[in-house]
Design a protein around this ligand. Structure first.
Ligand SMILES: NC(=O)c1ccc[n+]([C@@H]2O[C@H](COP(=O)([O-])OP(=O)(O)OC[C@H]3O[C@@H](n4cnc5c(N)ncnc54)[C@H](OP(=O)(O)O)[C@@H]3O)[C@@H](O)[C@H]2O)c1
Length: 312
């Protein structure tokens, strides 16, 4: 297994070029995996998110559909699931789904912590209660990843996650943001705090994270979980009525979902991309993006140019 130090040495040697050393680019079955820098543990590059339509379906208590999505993700070689107590019923229904399927130990379970209101401090007792509720919903003694949601009251909430990690109950900790005005605070925190992971928005039409966040993650050995790889509805609206270009088949993208996910996953700072879906056939489509090869630097440029050429 690669340690954080090995990872840093390898990514440093990869330099600014958007190419990964072969040892960072292994397959799990036919699914591409990436190492979490803190430990070298490998995870499949595509997983599953749970806001957007997933939370609506979970809210309708459609456990059958949610179970189908989990079953499909695992069958297709995925493991990583991202949720949050803040996504309506998502965490609770997902917990029931993996328990009813008997697959809770096969899922890399990433959830979040946030009990701070807008501009108000978090109550430590309520924060601990929220973490305990996440454990109960999953039904496991150990959760893989908990991140402070949207860098909210880090001074109160992050030390609580550190305590849980110290106690061996959480394997990885970090924070998330998908709001540009929070990026400067996120950057400072990445320099100051011992994060294993960050979660951030990134897509073929939303490249801001490449400027400072991704290089810093590589420098500090922090795993990157990509959120909103479709911009929720934004990219779907932009490509509506347009065919996927034939040249994308050269790196195995035959649908727009694969095009968008292969783009996000091909940045070398990215560890895993977690698109949300509530439909099993979309899960199959999304996992296909983790197979075959990823676009190289020239192909990535071409992908950006194509999307930029379409009216937004
Ligand atoms: N601050 C944070 O921590 C934060 C913020 C935002 C997001 N996130 C995480 O990131 C995840 C992803 O972001 P997101 O949910 O905002 O948006 P997203 O993944 O960019 O887009 C989800 C949308 O794409 C559709 N979709 C999924 N796969 C598809 C496919 N193969 N073909 C066609 N449509 C497809 C989904 O509908 P269907 O259900 O119909 O497939 C849904 O409407 C979230 O679920 C959440 O876990 C975290």
């Amino acid at each position: 297994m690669l340690t954080r130090r090995d990872y840093l040495a390898l990514t440093a040697s990869a330099g600014a070029a958007l190419t990964l050393p072969r040892s960072l680019f292994a397959q799990r079955g036919d699914v591409i995996t990436r190492p979490i820098p803190a430990t070298g543990e490998r995870v499949p590059i595509v997983g599953l998110g749970s806001s957007a339509t997933f939370s609506q379906v979970a809210g309708a208590d459609d456990i059958a559909a949610i179970k189908d999505v989990f079953k499909t993700m695992l069958e297709q070689g995925g493991t990583v699931f991202d949720t949050a107590p803040g996504y309506g019923d998502s965490e609770e229904v997902a917990g029931r789904a993996v328990n009813e399927l008997g697959v809770r130990d096969q899922v890399f379970w990433a959830t979040k912590l946030n009990v701070a209101g807008r501009g108000t401090a978090a109550d430590p007792a309520r924060a601990r209660e929220q973490v305990e509720t996440s454990f109960t919903r999953l039904g496991r003694d150990k959760v893989d990843l908990i991140q402070v949601h949207n860098v909210a009251d880090m001074a109160t909430q992050f030390p609580i996650l550190e305590e849980y990690k110290q106690a061996g109950r959480v394997r990885y900790i970090g924070t998330t943001s998908t709001f540009k005005p929070q990026y400067a605070a996120l950057e400072q925190l990445m320099r100051d705090e011992p994060f294993d992971f960050i979660g951030i928005d990134y897509a073929v039409d939303n490249l801001d994270a490449e400027q400072r966040i991704f290089p810093l993650a590589q420098e500090r050995g922090i795993a990157v979980m990509v959120y909103m790889p479709f911009g929720r509805t934004r990219l779907w609206d932009r490509v509506e009525g347009h065919a996927v270009p034939a040249w994308a088949a050269e790196f195995g993208a035959t649908t727009w979902a694969q095009f968008f996910l292969k783009f996000a996953a091909s940045h070398p700072a990215v560890t895993v991309v977690t698109p949300a879906t509530s439909r099993a056939h979309h899960m199959v489509d999304n996992m296909a993006a983790a197979k075959g090869r990823l676009p190289d630097e020239a192909e990535r440029r071409r992908m950006v140019e194509l999307i930029e050429s379409l009216p937004s």
